[in-house]
Write a protein that binds this ligand. Structure first.
Ligand code: PHE
Length: 468
């Protein structure tokens, strides 16, 4: 009760600090789902999921990934949203406010802000390639059925320093402009319009792919499990992916949770978002694999699948040029919703904690990102020979976030919720003080977040640090 009281008066103080205005937030239940799903769906579904699935044996990997999502990704997502909504603050301040005095749990939030910058550094680069591909596929000229030609086109793009930087800046300007409009008028309004388009495009491209002759083999690859392919590494890769996919472990979901409506059913919302995100990944797989098999391309091409194999695949099919434009628009939409949430973490922190207006906070974040991101953008050209622990900047940011920073952030968030914040507060927060009749779900969740998730995350982490 006392905590409630503190929170209320804290909110009043914040309102006073921002000129008596109410804190911006999501306005409808649908808006919450669109924004949260917009964050989860991203290059992870279109760039990482298919290539990782392709390299790890298809359907068997997907089953392992689903279990990882249920035991690792979803519980942390629920926890973050719960904590964010309770404190209604940026990620760092949320943990500082909810933790007992003098316990440095806010460091998990600080690691989150750092992770947001590092993910954005390479993510904006890949998104820049996607934007460049939209442009290039509209103006035409780089469709070829020969992977050697599409590969050369990709290499030309990434080894050209000016082009790489330029496309990254285009991305940053677009995302910055949306964020300046605020949470409800910027993030919510944009994702609410983009998500339905994304689904329509996916279904259209999926149907095109499935109706190709020889598509059945691709579908079998995606749906028929071969468990001989599952190793320890597969399991750990799946857990890392589940984390990245649901945007957990770095304060995104804390920040978005702080904009949730008081009456939102958090476990229900998170579960719907998780299922819809999985559907997008599967649809992306259906759009890609049957076509890849139908034209006899390699399924295990890895990250180059999107930028080298896909253009060649589209060039091979009737109406391929149109479908290729649609495909990269789809990827661009997916990346946009994810980047809004990534950037919102530092923007919210700078805006609220440092009392700097939202537009200025956005400009500061974008400029900082242009600087940090340039190291990733130039890592195939000017900085190709600069290696840190044997990685280029691009790979370093990708590897350390997925395998170390996100699992560390998630681990501390899970430990905090399960062992410090405790069962009573969790039950109260997730049942909306008893208004929702979901007590058994919450109790099951509590056992998972307290015991199961931390153990699994420690394993991911040990693997990320090459200890096991
Ligand atoms: N979930 C996003 C994707 O799949 C990536 C992301 C990670 C977004 C972490 C926000 C935070 O692409």
């Amino acid at each position: 009760m006392e905590l409630e009281h503190e929170l209320e008066s804290g909110k009043a103080k914040d309102a006073a600090a921002s000129g008596g205005k109410q804190r911006d937030g999501f306005t409808t239940a649908l808006g919450v789902i669109a924004a949260t799903l917009g964050s989860a769906v991203g290059l992870g579904n279109i760039w990482k999921f298919p290539s990782i699935t392709g390299q790890n044996g298809g359907a068997a990997f997907i089953i392992v990934y689903l279990i990882s999502t249920l035991l690792v990704g979803l519980p942390v997502m629920i926890t973050e949203q719960m904590l964010g909504r309770k404190a209604r603050k940026d990620a760092i301040s949320t943990l500082r406010e909810l933790a007992p005095k003098k316990q440095p749990w806010w460091l998990a939030g600080a690691a989150g802000v750092l992770a947001a910058f590092l993910i954005m550094a390479f993510y904006t680069e890949v998104a820049g390639w996607v934007f460049a591909y939209i442009y290039k596929s509209v103006v035409g000229g780089f469709l070829s059925t020969d992977p050697a030609v599409t590969s050369q086109a990709f290499v030309d793009l990434i080894t050209n320093p000016m082009q790489s930087l330029l496309w990254q800046w285009v991305v940053l300007v677009v995302i910055g402009a949306i964020l300046m409009m605020g949470v409800s008028k910027g993030i919510e309004a944009t994702t609410k319009r983009l998500m339905p388009i994304l689904f329509l495009l996916l279904v259209a491209i999926g149907i095109r792919s499935l109706t190709l002759e020889g598509a059945g083999e691709g579908l079998r690859f995606l749906l028929q499990p071969d468990f001989s392919k599952v190793t320890w590494t597969t399991v750990l890769v799946a857990m890392g992916l589940a984390f990245f996919k649901l945007s957990t472990g770095m304060g995104t979901m804390i920040t978005y949770g702080s904009y949730f409506r008081e009456e939102q059913n958090i476990p229900g919302t998170a579960t719907k978002v998780m299922l819809a995100d999985l559907l997008v990944s599967m649809l992306a797989g259906i759009a890609i694999f049957p076509a890849v098999f139908a034209f006899g391309f390699e399924v295990d091409a890895g990250p180059s699948l999107l930028f080298i194999t896909i253009p060649a695949v589209f060039a091979s099919m009737p109406l391929g040029n149109i479908f290729m434009v649609l495909f990269f628009i789809l990827a661009g939409i997916a990346a946009t919703g994810a980047m809004l949430s990534l950037l919102e973490v530092p923007v919210a922190f700078i805006n609220e904690k440092m009392h700097i207006s939202r537009p200025v906070a956005t400009v500061i974040t974008v400029v900082l990102l242009a600087l940090i991101g340039s190291t990733a953008a130039l890592s195939s050209s000017t900085l190709a020979d600069v290696k840190v622990f044997g990685f280029t900047f691009f790979d370093l940011f990708d590897y350390t976030t997925s395998n170390i920073l996100l699992p560390v952030g998630g681990l501390f968030i899970a430990l905090f919720a399960g062992w410090v914040w405790g069962k009573d507060r969790i039950v109260d927060a997730l049942t909306n003080s008893g208004a929702l009749k979901n007590e058994w779900v919450v109790k099951a969740f509590y056992v998972v977040i307290k015991f199961v998730t931390p153990v699994l995350l420690i394993l991911v982490l040990l693997r990320g640090l090459s200890i096991i």
